[in-house]
Design a protein around this ligand. Structure first.
Ligand SMILES: Nc1ncnc2c1ncn2[C@@H]1O[C@H](COP(=O)(O)OP(=O)(O)OP(=O)(O)O)[C@@H](O)[C@H]1O
Length: 685
């Protein structure tokens, strides 16, 4: 995990500093004022007590306090000048880094990463400035305080000096290992953040491509790596606390404990107070800043500098690694642990096992009792289903409430729903009503804020529930392999060819499979239309062993006839339960049950019943009424999106390949020109 330092990084840093001797001298000169201030912070009050207040000469005491105050003012002036000198050191440092980064970006043509790198340059500059200030401040403070202690009474130095030296030595000894752990932790944290930044927005796609197990394994390993790094850092962090305790806090205890002895050996009360002031007001804060600054910021600076000063060779290696892990065409699924073999055999096709021997999500039977291949098209049995015992619902939601933010209004509220195995449910509602949110809750991609979701009796989220459902979103994924590999992707075992052909026949893929050249033909995802990709994805899902199929507008690019065939095929899977987010009235009519979602309120029943009892459903059905058709030249997606963008309802749209999306009536329909000019009219539903 730890990056190797490019040779010469410390040497380059030293050269950089030596080339700026004048600035360093200026810095030292102004720092002397701060040293004087520190000296007076203990010495002034000591003299004020001993020579003034305790000797009955209040004027002298006040004079010493005034001198201390003037010292503080001079010190503050010095600190202000120090900032200017530090800027003279830090700005050229930043300029040098920017030059290197830009030159490398121009040389490698990696201009895209420049903005990110310049941001890191700013981090490096700030951290470097902080480190210069912290270490300089410690040296200045230590010199001022130790000189003050010696001047007040040499025995004070004997009490404070040894623990301070011991704490410093302990800190110095832990510096390198601590910096390494800190660096490992930072890298692990960055790797996890990068991974989650990619994975989280794509959870739906991960589920749709059946890559959950692979992603969980990869991300889980990164979480583990960060945990290990954090633990190691914490162990070494304890030593850091010990060094601060020994170097900064132990002297206070020793001064107090040794006070009687010190007072009896010529140390005055004022000197004792001065010594305590040195330790508590100067040394302890300076040591704390140093330990924190060098331990944390120092490691961060090292990481950032290594990254920024990477040679072109390092960059090329990193780019090659990144490229190797990227997908080839954006349509290739993440490999399941190992490279995906072309495992089409004479009669069977099966996706590869992950290298670690785990089974992809949606594939395994926890008890391993039945081979799904032997079971043919029989889908796995739900939880707790024993002979004579009533099977649990295929899907059950109990008082499910979900909001996207803690302060946001719930999208789903107190929703109760029980679907028996074999049921066919259509979910309808205006755009934004929460239909996709509901499917995401059932698929375990979202967690309800209240209530419970169960799939086949298994709690969601959970491995059994994940294995019991398959989600097919609107975006259909087709991978750059053979058609057979695409179809078998969600199946754990070699899939008999006849089974794939039967699935293709049931869903309506057969003509396309024929055109492509059969199951063994390689598929070019980009050459397929959106509807053709949906057919492949639907057949793949149909072949999976998940009893519950969630079709979230998964047929939106299909013509009504093909859509009907596909939906009927899913509804007819033995023991299979179907939930369809409907985008055509025909879908809702076909389903035995309809769930009407409208924000927080819902209605549930059969089509006829809802037509009588639910005004919103009647509205939706009205908006789905016969409508003008599209010309074949009109891309279906473009039409659909045009209507979505305009948030149009009113007379719904349909046609050959067209789509109707249920929208709340908000305005006039702005039909695309083809439609307004008239075209072959179609009817559906
Ligand atoms: N990731 C998110 N963060 C915040 N709000 C979201 C998020 N996703 C959806 N929403 C909001 O939640 C509500 C329900 O969205 P959802 O996509 O579930 O509706 P829908 O009925 O599926 O709509 P459509 O038919 O347009 O797909 C909408 O108001 C939407 O803006």
């Amino acid at each position: 995990m730890t990056a190797r330092a490019p040779a010469g990084l410390p040497a380059r840093g030293l050269r950089f500093l030596l080339a700026r001797r004048r600035v360093l001298l200026r810095l030292t000169a102004w720092s002397v004022l701060e040293t004087g201030q520190t000296f007076l912070l203990g010495y002034g009050p000591a003299r004020a007590l001993d020579d003034g207040f305790l000797a009955g000469r209040a004027g002298v005491g006040l004079a010493w306090l005034a001198v201390t105050g003037i010292g503080v003012l001079l010190g503050a002036y010095g600190t202000a000048r120090v900032y200017a000198a530090v800027a003279a050191l830090v700005e050229p440092f930043r300029d040098r880094l920017v030059e290197r980064v830009v030159a490398r970006g121009v040389r490698t043509g990696d201009a895209g990463s420049l903005s990110g790198l310049t941001q890191q340059v700013e981090i490096a500059r700030d951290t470097f400035a902080g480190l210069v200030m912290v270490s300089r401040s410690f040296v200045v403070t230590a010199v001022g305080a130790l000189a003050g202690l010696f001047t007040l009474a040499p025995p004070l130095l004997l009490v404070v000096g040894p623990p301070l030296a011991l704490g410093m030595a302990l800190f110095a000894a832990t510096l390198r290992p601590l910096a390494r752990r800190q660096e490992t932790f930072l890298l692990a944290d960055e790797a996890l953040a990068g991974d989650l930044g990619t994975v989280c927005p794509g959870l739906r796609d991960v589920t749709a491509t059946g890559a959950e197990a692979h992603i969980a394994a990869g991300t889980g390993e990164r979480v583990e790596a960060e945990l290990r790094a954090a633990r190691a850092l914490a162990h070494w962090g304890v030593l850091r606390v010990v060094s601060l305790t020994v170097g900064g806090q132990l002297p206070i205890v020793l001064l107090l404990a040794a006070a009687p002895w010190l007072l009896s050996h010529g140390v005055t009360a004022g000197a004792l107070v001065g010594a305590l002031a040195y330790v508590t007001q100067s040394l302890l804060p300076a040591l704390r800043n140093l330990i924190h600054g060098l331990g944390t910021s120092g490691s961060r600076l090292t990481v950032v500098l290594r990254r920024l000063t990477r040679t072109d060779t390092d960059t090329a290696t990193a780019t090659a690694t990144a490229t190797a892990t990227a997908t080839d065409d954006g349509n290739t699924p993440p490999p399941l642990g190992a490279a995906r073999p072309a495992n089409t055999t004479a009669g069977t096709v099966g996706p590869p096992r992950p290298a670690d021997g785990t089974t992809p999500a949606g594939a395994s039977r926890p008890d391993g009792s039945r081979s799904p291949t032997q079971a043919g098209r029989s889908l796995p049995r739900p939880a707790r289903s024993r002979p004579g015992e009533e099977a649990p619902p295929a899907l059950s939601l109990t008082s499910v409430t979900f909001a996207y933010g803690s302060a946001s209004a719930p999208v789903v509220q107190d929703l109760d729903l029980d679907l028996p195995p074999g049921a066919h449910l259509a979910v309808v509602g205006p755009s934004g009503a929460g239909k996709s949110t509901l499917t995401a809750l059932v698929a375990g991609l979202l967690t309800p804020s209240r209530g419970a979701v169960r799939v086949g009796g298994h709690p969601v989220p959970g491995p059994d529930a994940a294995a019991g459902r398959v989600l097919i979103p609107q975006e259909a994924y087709v991978f750059g392999g053979t058609l057979a590999e695409n179809l078998a992707y969600l199946r754990p075992y070699p899939v008999p060819e006849e089974e794939m052909l039967a699935a293709a026949d049931a869903v309506g893929l057969t003509p396309l499979a024929g055109r492509l050249g059969g199951l063994g033909a390689r598929v070019d995802p980009a050459a397929l239309s959106a509807g053709e990709r949906q057919l492949v994805a639907l057949t793949r899902a149909w072949l999976s062993h998940a009893p519950l199929a969630l079709l979230d507008e998964a047929t939106c690019h299909l013509d009504p006839g093909t859509e009907e065939r596909a939906e009927r095929a899913f509804a007819a899977r033995p023991g299979g339960t179907l939930v369809v987010v409907a985008h055509r009235i025909s879908s809702a009519r076909r389903a035995g049950r309809v769930l009407v979602m409208d924000g927080r309120s819902t209605a549930y029943g059969g089509h006829e019943e809802l037509m009588r009892s639910c005004a919103l459903y009647r509205d939706l059905v009205g908006s789905w009424a016969p409508a003008p058709a599209l010309r074949r030249s009109e891309p279906a997606l473009a039409l659909r999106d045009a209507y979505r963008v305009d948030a149009v309802a009113g007379p719904g749209l349909a046609g050959d390949g067209g789509h109707v999306v249920a929208h709340r009536p908000v305005g006039q329909v702005q039909a695309p020109r083809d439609l307004r000019d008239g075209g072959p009219l179609g009817r559906e539903g």
